[in-house]
Design a protein around this ligand. Structure first.
Ligand SMILES: NC(=O)C1=CN([C@@H]2O[C@H](COP(=O)(O)OP(=O)(O)OC[C@H]3O[C@@H](n4cnc5c(N)ncnc54)[C@H](OP(=O)(O)O)[C@@H]3O)[C@@H](O)[C@H]2O)C=CC1
Ligand SMILES: CC(=O)N[C@@H](CCC(=O)OP(=O)(O)O)C(=O)O
Length: 396
């Protein structure tokens, strides 16, 4: 890995920049993008920018989440991919690995050890968990980084070691990490250099539960999460358990009693109430490619009705582009969010008094991974967080 680039910095017009920075005014909202080191200045419009002025490095570009970021960036006026890495596929062209991305002009896949980070301003890290800490530790400190793996999500390094079965290799770096659950931690993300993008299950679970816990509407005990994922959640690497003949025409529970997303979910929920929250969580592999549903059973606090949960979720997310509480009685389906950055949710009364059932759906590869990562990098660089993400779900 070679030496650091100076990070581009971006701000709204009222922000300030120093001498010698290039500026770009973007779209009608008069946003200003600034990059150090050139006297040149130019303008682009957000809708038709040919010049992608912010250079993106994509580590693990030959995987599913890497490819999904490339797909999303096709519609991003500022982020252009200038560096892409792979492991086994290093040396190949992206077109040959992912022909669906052929229309884009992309750099060749190289090994991460050959990567020159002086050519990038920000990095999406789409590597398997367990490999990422050492690699990120070696990156120039000027880079803004969104890590999609689980390597930096658990604040407590001993908890990481317990659940991931290996020592944490970047303990110092862990201290500066911000957890990237966008809608709920936006203010911290704005200031972050390194964001740990949440796991897909934890995203689908925390988005509905955090506002309800914050408002003391549900009990901390007996939260039961029955979650289901499409097979792309397991990545592109070949595994016997993910063969068509193992997945099709059936449902498999896995990680029963001990899935590594449990501590991540519990960390997020416990933070909200400043008290230990525990959950029962069982994930299932479904015979579908994308999509994730979490069906969550909760006990309501005394005197609380399902209507109160519904109103709380409605008001918490009324101004959010990507989190939608459906009309009363409408059941969210993974089909409704396919290919998009949306999370749809709803809450239903259980026939057992005092209990409620919450259903939350996302696309694991978008809101559960690459979409939320892009949302976070937009925020970290002062851009509108919806940039590149405003396409509608693909249905049917
Ligand atoms: N898939 C999903 O829905 C979600 C995934 N995530 C997380 O995002 C990360 C990426 O996931 P996904 O894209 O699905 O994974 P994939 O298995 O599809 O892709 C992994 C990528 O990392 C590269 N790679 C593998 N091993 C190494 C290594 N030792 N050193 C350097 N590069 C390596 C691969 O290269 P090559 O192809 O050449 O072998 C490939 O580009 C993972 O940490 C995953 O847990 C998070 C949320 C959801
Ligand atoms: C279907 C499937 O296997 N899903 C993955 C979760 C995907 C995800 O969010 O994983 P990370 O925490 O690794 O980022 C799993 O259960 O391990």
């Amino acid at each position: 890995m070679s030496s650091a680039s100076t990070l581009s910095s971006i701000c709204f017009e009222q922000g300030c920049w120093s001498k010698g920075e290039r500026k770009i005014r973007v779209g009608a909202d008069k946003r200003v993008v600034k990059r150090p080191s050139s006297s040149m200045s130019f303008r682009v419009s957000a809708s038709s920018a040919e010049k992608k002025d912010i250079r993106i490095g994509l580590l693990g570009a030959s995987g599913y989440t890497g490819a999904e970021i490339v797909r999303l960036l096709a519609n991003h006026p500022h982020f252009g991919v200038t560096l892409m890495t792979a492991d086994r596929k290093a040396g190949q062209s992206m077109d040959s690995v992912f022909p669906h991305l052929t229309a884009q002009k992309l750099p060749r896949l190289i090994s991460v050890k050959d990567a020159d980070f002086s050519s990038v301003d920000a990095v999406f890290c789409c590597l398997p968990h367990g490999t990422t800490q050492e690699i990120i530790k070696g990156l120039p400190t000027a880079l803004k980084i969104v890590d999609l793996s689980a390597d930096f999500r658990l604040r407590d390094v001993s908890e990481y070691e317990e659940w991931y079965g290996q020592p944490h290799k970047a303990v110092e770096l862990q201290k500066e990490v911000v957890y990237g659950l966008t809608e709920l931690l936006r203010d911290d993300i704005k200031k972050a250099r390194l964001v740990a993008n949440p796991g897909c299950y934890p995203t689908s679970v925390q988005l509905p539960l955090v506002p309800l816990l914050k408002a003391n509407l549900i009990k901390l005990e007996n939260i039961i999460i029955d979650a289901k994922s499409g097979v792309s959640g397991a990545g592109r690497g070949a595994k016997e358990a993910n063969l068509y003949s193992e997945i099709a025409e059936g449902i498999s529970s896995y990680g029963v009693t001990r899935h590594r997303h449990v501590p991540e979910i519990e960390q997020g929920l416990s933070d909200v109430v400043q008290s230990k929250v525990t959950v029962s969580f069982t994930p299932h592999l479904m015979p579908m490619i994308r999509g994730m549903q979490s069906t969550i059973y909760v006990e309501m606090a005394p005197g609380v009705r399902t209507e109160d949960l519904y109103q709380q979720l409605k008001s918490s997310y009324e101004d959010e582009e990507f989190v939608k509480v459906l009309e009363e009685g409408v059941v969210p389906r993974t089909h409704n969010v396919r290919g998009s950055n949306y999370c749809f949710m709803n809450v239903f009364p259980d026939r057992i008094p005092g209990r409620a059932i919450i259903i939350s759906v996302i696309d694991n590869l978008v809101k559960g991974a690459s979409g939320q990562a892009l949302q976070n990098l937009n925020i970290m660089l002062g851009l509108p967080e919806t940039m590149g993400l405003l396409h509608q779900p693909l249905f049917p």
